[in-house]
Design a protein around this ligand. Structure first.
Ligand code: 13P
Length: 246
């Protein structure tokens, strides 16, 4: 799993008509590009089954419940995502941590649910602005990685996404040197926790205001194995523009 991953998180955007945009992405994703980079789109859950009916772009979901089934009104399980044709699930996105009070322990359970269902978990971590300013970024991110990534993580079933919260949807990005510092720290944590073989290979994505214009510089940073893209994943031209940084 050393092929980099460019993943799109559509958040709460998209309708059935978005299939046309996905088709345009699939058309632009030719075999030369596919050799260099894996593409994934995580649409709203209601669209997973419909969008997974094409086979050029892998589809995932944005969240799951930790349990397989039961009395949890409004929730969906990892098994349901799998049943709908999803292959990945994002867990612990900062918007879920913030809007739904998800803790590291909650995120860890959701990642375990993903493994149980045969999905790849994309575990999100990242500091808020006040933590960045206070100089505690590496401590915050290390604690999140240790608390959110299950013991059963492998380079195949897990992807880490480093998303500084202050960079999400703001047009602001850390400098390549700052990204390198955090990614090196995450890599060291993963190697310490899971050993060279797993920790060295697990993909660590950068997310937060990735655009075609800054993708080359961000994706060239050491230990950056791809991107988690919000706004710029909604349009085929932007999303492919980012993938073409490879
Ligand atoms: P933006 O790319 O819109 O900043 O969002 C990043 C993100 O949160 C992806 O999960």
């Amino acid at each position: 799993t050393n092929r980099p991953l460019v993943a799109g998180n559509w958040k709460m955007n998209g309708t059935k008509a978005s299939a046309a945009e996905l088709e345009a992405m699939g058309t632009g994703y030719d075999s030369a590009l596919a050799e260099k980079v894996e593409l994934l789109i995580c649409p709203p859950a209601l669209l997973v089954a419909q969008l997974a009916s094409q086979d050029k772009i892998t589809i995932g979901a944005q969240n799951c419940h930790a349990k397989e089934s039961g009395a949890h009104t409004g929730d969906i399980s990892a098994e349901m995502i799998r049943d709908a044709g999803g292959k990945f699930v994002i867990v612990g996105h900062s918007e879920r941590r913030e809007d739904h009070g998800e803790s590291d322990a909650d995120v860890c359970e959701k990642a375990e649910a993903a493994y149980r269902a045969g999905l790849v978990a994309i575990v999100c971590v990242g500091e808020v602005e006040s933590e960045r300013r206070a100089g505690t970024t590496l401590d915050v991110v290390t604690k999140q990685v240790l608390g959110s990534v299950p013991a059963g993580a492998t380079a195949e079933n897990t992807v880490i996404a480093y998303e500084p919260v202050w960079a999400i949807g703001t047009g602001l990005t850390p400098t390549p040197a700052d990204v390198a510092e955090v990614h090196a720290s995450i890599r060291a944590t993963l190697i310490k926790q899971f050993g060279d073989e797993i920790g060295g290979k697990m993909r660590v994505l950068y997310g937060g205001s990735v655009k075609p214009t800054n993708a080359k510089e961000l994706l060239a940073v050491e230990n950056v194995d791809g991107a988690l893209v919000g706004g710029a994943s909604l349009k085929a031209a932007d999303f492919l523009g980012i993938a073409e940084a490879y």
